[in-house]
Ligand binder design. Structure first.
Ligand code: 8ID
Ligand code: ZN
Length: 339
């Protein structure tokens, strides 16, 4: 599935199989999750240009079918994952301190590097995710971006077991996994999203309380009430500037607001007086490093995380984007690259 211009036609057609560079592996992608980032990339929402033409996708799960000549540690037949961070320089100040996602030369799957919405995709052998043999590839696909990202965001919130965390955007792809990781890490979850179906869904993922932004008359007050004083941490995975703005207001004193969702052109402003007197932290969190990735996959492999997926053919990607833009998706769509 390839497009030539941002927002242009999504073309489902045959293209050449890429040849892995000396540092890369070639992965026969079987399934790929569809992240809201893929929709932002296709639309050209962000102040960072995509490669064009572009094959999107960065939650690809498959099997290693070719190995570049400088690669060590991978064998044909191994299961591998395509992550957002396809490769990084490994020698800059950020890479050497394990902040690889901040590498100024980062190569991004489905953005600056053709991604997983195709049957064969390349990945830097150092950054490709290792998936244990026998793993259900459709199930694990969403972990490769959504899972890693929310797990890292929860670590960034720096919480203690028993504390409250708000997941804003709780019924979406990232949110539905964030609720489960939070629970597995011992936190109490209040989900925030819009609609009765999304409330029920977030609760089925493990949210103890739910606040509906569509019906709540005073969301800030309702979240504070549900958490007996405000959540100690907030993971913002909605695509809404307003939701992020509200999170700065309802977070508990001494708490941490984590920004993850990337609505186009959004800004968050905070009252200096309130921020100082409440001593709140506002932090950005951007995917995760290799250790975060391995840990996030381990939570999944231990059976603590179940990805709520709906599998459709890759040819149906334009329909998935429509549903996503309308906010009509519960959990994650995964595309089968052979349909
Ligand atoms: O590393 C990162 N920071 C990273 C990694 C992966 C994805 C960031 N993202 C970004 C994506 O680019 C996107 O902007 O996270 C955002 C969410 O991605 P997603 O989970 O794949 O999107 P989704 O499945 O469409 O879920 C969004 C949810 O937000 C809810 C929607 O109802 C939906 O369930 N939502 C919206 I839109 N407005 C809301 C509001 N005001 C809201 N929930 C609560 N309050
Ligand atoms: Zn993503």
């Amino acid at each position: 599935m390839i497009f030539e211009t941002n927002g242009g036609e999504l073309q489902y057609k045959d293209i050449d199989v890429p040849k892995p560079k000396p540092n890369e592996i070639l992965i026969n992608v079987k399934y790929s999750g569809v992240c809201h980032t893929d929709l932002h990339a296709w639309k050209g929402d962000w102040p960072l240009a995509t490669k064009l033409p572009l094959v999107g996708g960065h939650e690809g799960a498959g099997e290693v079918v070719a190995i570049g000549e400088n690669v060590t540690g991978w064998e044909l037949g191994d299961l591998a994952g395509i992550k957002w961070l396809n490769g990084s320089c490994l020698s800059c100040e950020f890479c050497i301190t394990s902040k690889e996602s901040n590498c100024p030369h980062a190569d991004l799957s489905g953005y600056t590097h053709d991604g997983s919405f195709q049957q064969y995709a390349t990945a830097d052998a150092v950054q490709a995710a290792r998936i244990p043999k026998g793993t259900d590839l459709a199930q694990v696909a969403p972990i490769l971006c959504a899972g890693i990202t929310v797990y890292k965001a929860l670590k960034t919130a720096d919480l203690t077991a028993g504390q409250w965390v708000a997941i804003s955007g709780a019924a979406g792809g990232l949110g539905s996994l964030a609720v489960q990781y939070a629970k597995a890490m011992g936190y109490r979850v209040v989900g925030i999203d819009g609609g009765a179906d999304k409330g029920e869904f977030a609760k089925s993922m493990g949210a103890e309380a739910f606040v509906d932004f569509l019906t709540s008359k005073d969301l800030v007050k309702d979240v504070i009430k549900a958490t007996n004083g405000g959540p100690h941490g907030v993971i913002n995975v909605s695509v809404s500037e307003r939701a992020m703005q509200q999170s700065v207001e309802y977070v508990r004193p001494a708490g941490t607001v984590v920004l993850v969702g990337l609505p186009a052109g959004a800004k968050v402003s905070a009252s200096v007086f309130d921020s100082v007197v409440k001593t709140i932290s506002i932090k950005g969190s951007y995917v995760g490093n290799r250790a975060d990735s391995a840990e996030a996959i381990e939570f999944f492999s231990r059976g603590l995380i179940k990805c709520p997926i709906k599998v459709v053919g890759l040819s149906e990607l334009p329909k998935v984007y429509e549903l996503m833009a309308e906010g009509k998706i519960l959990g994650r769509y995964v595309v089968d690259t052979y349909k």
